[in-house]
Each structure stands twice: as structure tokens, then as C-alpha cells.
Design a protein around this ligand. Sequence first.
Ligand code: ATP
Ligand code: MG
Length: 570
Amino acid sequence: MAHAVNVQRMSTMLLKTLRDDPADAETASHKLLVRAGYVRRTAAGIWSWLPLGKRVLDNVSRIVREEMDAIGAQEVLLPALLPREAYETSGRWDEYGDLLFRLKDRKGADYLLGPTHEEIFTLTVKDQCTSYKDLPVIVYQIQTKYRDEARPRSGVLRGREFQMKDSYSFDVTDEGLAESYRLHRDAYTRIFERLGLDYRIVSAVSGAMGGSASEEFLAPAAAGEDTFVDCPACDYAANTEAVTFAAPSAGDGAAHGPVEELDTPDTPTIETLAVHLGVSASATLKNLLVKVDGEIVAVGVPGDREVDLGKLGEHLAPATVELVTAEDFTDRPDLVRGYVGPQGMAGKAFRYIADPRVAPGTAWITGANKADTHARNVVCGRDFEVDEYLDVVVVEPGDPCPACGAGITLDRAIEIGHIFQLGRKYADAFELDVLGQQGKPVRVTMGSYGIGVSRAVAALAEQTHDGAGLCWPREVAPADVHIVAAGKAVQNELALELAERLGGAGVRVLVDDRAGVSPGVKFTDAELIGVPSILVVGRGAANGVVELKDRRTGEREELAIDEAVARLTA
Ligand code: ATP
Ligand code: MG
């Protein structure tokens, strides 16, 4: 029997559900997408999309495509296998480090698998556009990307091969770029609304850099690897990587007595020191030694705060930051491990970077640069100088909101999209100019915008699942209705008839017509797979009665077959 295109029969589908979670799975989306037969692991961070998964992925892509087309963006498809030269020109062949998949062809020429495509899009536009009249232009693709992620955990949430929508805008003026950025921001808002994701738009650049030149779309979820700052009192929201706090005001240096040494045996850590002296950790100054491009640097922060090595690395990039090792102390007798202080040392023995809380005039208890000895009344600006202030501490709940001062909260989230005003970085590298209105060449300004299409599937699974399984919003679900044939051959036949009827009317149907599978197993699988409506064709069907269940609310209703069809086609 030929059947309607909208009907998928489980009896013949490439689908095997699993009772148990995969051994290595930690997140709900990873467990459920595998167990419900949407994806299968092929290698670490590399996933195969099976029929149900492919449908969801395609639905996400379709929504993205529709909204990108609606802002006048043009779809293209560029290669994923790329020559080294372009990435050499931008500097990213090296900058990417281990994240980049590099390979050679048979002649020994270098290639890479594209992690993102700024270079190739810039070259494409350089090739196609010559005059200001050709701009503005927005170009996008939905394509496979490659990144050799250090920790490809969490299933398709962080793959080494994944699907991304990436788009790039090209404008002649800064105002033009701001407009292209705004168009993307609005399109992303519509996309994530339609996907049914709960999301927040947060600032992804530090306040110090100013403006809204880069924002992230974050989907709050416990499984997320990003942390963002949220202010309960105002609309401030930012990725913790981007938060900068105003420097606290200076203290009164003159109010403190002279430096005094303290005998503090066996107190190499802040905790042991604070207990020994009976002071709070915040009264002490912690000096973390790191190597910046091989040179020893001390980072001073209040003893109750942690240094965020990621932030420090970003501030100091492209220099590399490493923690010091025991060997680094062998030829440095002036550095007494566990008892380092900046007094008399900063600027001489090491460069001294400090958190703004270590403000001029503030007094501290810190190492005395002697074994088993600390010093008190060590005053910033009097007893030591700070070479450079950087915001380097780990953000904590209750820290003052940079916008209004109220205590902030911290939440976990998944980065699902990122919009970024690049400016002229790539246009400069590739000398992308067009002929301007005045007949002179004008340098083009660019934006770059990404959506994690495959990651969005996992983010949705994270946000919408329940104890029984997946629970898709209708627009992305692999089907509109899951018909369960619960009974004998006659129920199966009725179920298939109903499937054809609904499919013919444009309803996307998944029908469980598997022979020899108990109704109980079929119900469990229906809950696991997570199609929004479940239609049970059971004993009553012979008398024209079926049961319609809402997967999300669990509400169930007995209905006449015609009534059920009417509901599902409405
Ligand atoms: P992350 O910080 O999570 O590694 P990123 O900031 O490096 O991501 P972008 O370069 O901004 O990622 O890429 C655009 C989008 O692509 C991201 O917002 C995210 O949704 C998605 N994405 C990035 N890396 C991955 C990955 N390894 N697996 C799946 N999706 C990814
Ligand atoms: Mg990003």
C-alpha cells in the first residue's frame, strides 16, 4: 500500500529505543536523544542523526532559514574543507591552536576543516562586490563545522562535528553595520521564540570595551557550560566572562600603622592563615604566581576571592598564561612559596597585576617573603605598587551589579547563538574595499552571527523534557501525532487507516504499528519519543472510540474517531 508522505511507520523505521542510559551520558539531552533513537554516537563528539533526529534537526534549520530569508539574507553553501592560505592571512591557522582540525592532501598541501568561516566569506564578497552599490549584503549558510573540542561531552550539545548557521554582514558604514546587527538580533529573537526555547540575551563583551558590539543568546539550563550574571533589580545580564566591575573607591592609606611582621608557622594557604590569625579571609591579600609567556607575574586578589584564569588569559592574550611549578622556584630564592608578598617586590621581582579591590590606600595581611612569616598593615601605594589593574576574580553571587549596584545572581546556560560586530578586522586582513560614493575605495565593515543548529536540538531537549522522556514543542517535533496501535491486528489496521487519513490531511504522523510489542512498551516509547499528541487506538476503536493524550500536560480524553481527527487537523 502506498502511504501518505506524512506517515512514518515504526514497524519499518530505523529506530531502536533503549531502556538504559548510555554509560557516559551526564546530561538529560544526551541520555534521552540516544535512548529515544534520535542520534547515535559514531566517535567522541561525532554523531549520526537517525530518522527522528534528522526531522527535528531539519525543523530547526527550516525555522532558521525562514527567518534569515525574511531579513533579506542570501543562503549559500561554502566548503567545509578549506585551504590553509586564507586562515594564514587572518592569523587563525595558528591562533586556533588545538581546536583546529588540520590535514594534508596527497600532494602534501595543508588544509583545515572549517570551525567558522569569516575568511572564506570575506574572500567571496571581495570577489563578488566591487561598489558601495553592491552593499549592504548578508550571506549565510547552514553547514557542518569542525572543532577539536577538548571535552566533547554532553552529546550533541558540544560536538567536534556540529551544525551551525553562520552569517556575515558586509556594510560600508558603521551605521550600516549597526543596522545589520539589529536585523540579526530581531531575527534571532523570532527564531528562538518559534523554537520554543526559553532564552536570554546577554552582553558578551566587557563593559570596558563598551556598547552592544557582541551579545549571546543563552538558554538557561543546568547542563549549560556558560554562567551568566543576572540582576534582579535592573535589566543587566552578561556572560560572566564579560562582566567588569567598577573599581571600589580608594582607602585612606594614612590611617594605617607601619608594616608589622607576624610569626605564622605552617600557614601556606589563606584558610590556614585566616584561622591562625583569627581574621576573615577578605582581610588578606592572596598573591597567585603565574608565568606569562614564561615570565613570572604575581596576581593579587583579596584572600576570599579566586582568580579566574580564563579571564586573566583573555586580558593578556595572545600571551600564554600558565601556573608556576615547583621547578620555577628553584632558581628564585627571593620567592618563598606560600609566603609571597608584593611589598618591595612588585616591579622588581615580578610584574604585579591586581584586582581593583586592591585599591590605593587599602591595607592587607600578606606574605612577608620569608618562610613562616606574614606581614600586616601592608598598604597599597605606600608599601607596594600595582603595575596593572585587571578584573580577574571569579564572579560570585551577591557581587554588585555593574549597572545598578544590587546583588547579582548567577545562572547556568547553554550558548545557542552569538552575534558580533566584527568591524574591519577581516576586511583589513584581506583588503576588502569597495568603490565608495566619492569614487575612492572604502574599507568594508563586517558582522558575524552564529546559531548552533544541532546544539539547539539538545538545548530544547534540556529545557522541555520530563521524567518520562522528551517533550517537543510542536514546530520542531518529529511528528504532530504519535498513534499507538494497542491491541490486535484489527487495532493495527484501524491505526494505519487513521494514520493515512491524518497524513492525507497534512498532519505529520508517527504510527506505532510494530507487531509483537506490548501496549505497555509502546506507551513508554511514545512518552520517551515526545511527540506532542498521542492517539491510542485500543479496544474501544472497534466501536469508534480512541484516546487522545497531550504529551506535555498528560491530559487524556476519550473521543469519537471523527472528533479526534477534527481536533488534530484543526
Ligand atoms: P562555546 O563557548 O560553547 O565553545 P563558541 O562561543 O566557541 O561556543 P561560536 O564561535 O560563537 O561558539 O559559534 C556560534 C555558535 O555555534 C555558538 O553560539 C553555539 O551555539 C554553536 N557551537 C559552538 N561550538 C559548538 C560545538 N562544539 N558543538 C555544538 N555547537 C557549537
Ligand atoms: Mg560564542
